[in-house]
Design a protein around this ligand. Structure first.
Ligand code: RB5
Length: 149
């Protein structure tokens, strides 16, 4: 598993915390920034992480901004990305099992550090269940294709 990770300034602290946790676990992590507390624009980092996942350079991506909202909305504009904003472990597990979410978004100003790691674990350890869920995910892809130029 190779995980791309990125944040804006609002998510920097949590991004660093999650990155360290994953590295300590032996996970291969690609840090797409930001790396300072200077104010930046979350779509730039959503795009970097989403591109790494879309291109297959990384199997999964994690993005963090203040709420996780803006950065997840931006990531979901990249074709093939299913980025789930999660604030609890159940949703994180379901995001993989039912929605095959290849990216996870967290709110750095919303979730505490320990909960964030539990959420990351729930998502990483879950497996897509396929079956009827595959049919539904394929329908998401169909919608996406309709709007591709
Ligand atoms: C930045 O202040 C903040 O707007 C951003 O981190 C994020 O919460 C946007 O959705």
């Amino acid at each position: 598993m190779k995980i791309a990770i990125g944040s804006d300034h609002g998510g920097l602290e949590l991004k660093e915390h999650v990155k360290k946790y994953l590295l300590d676990k032996g996970v291969d992590v690609v840090d797409c920034g930001t790396n300072s507390s200077e104010s930046v624009d979350y779509p730039d980092f959503a795009y970097k992480v989403a591109e790494a996942v879309k291109d297959g350079k990384c199997s999964n991506g994690i993005v963090v901004c203040g709420t996780g909202i803006g950065i997840s909305i931006a990531a979901n504009k990249v074709a093939g990305i299913r980025c789930a904003l999660c604030g609890d472990c159940y949703s994180a597990k379901m995001a993989k099992e039912h929605n095959n979410a290849n990216m996870l978004a967290l709110g750095g100003r919303v979730v505490g550090k320990d909960l964030a790691l539990e959420i990351v674990n729930s998502w990483i350890n879950a497996e897509f269940q396929g079956g009827r869920h595959e049919r539904r995910v394929n329908k998401i892809t169909d919608i996406e294709k309709k709007y591709m130029v």
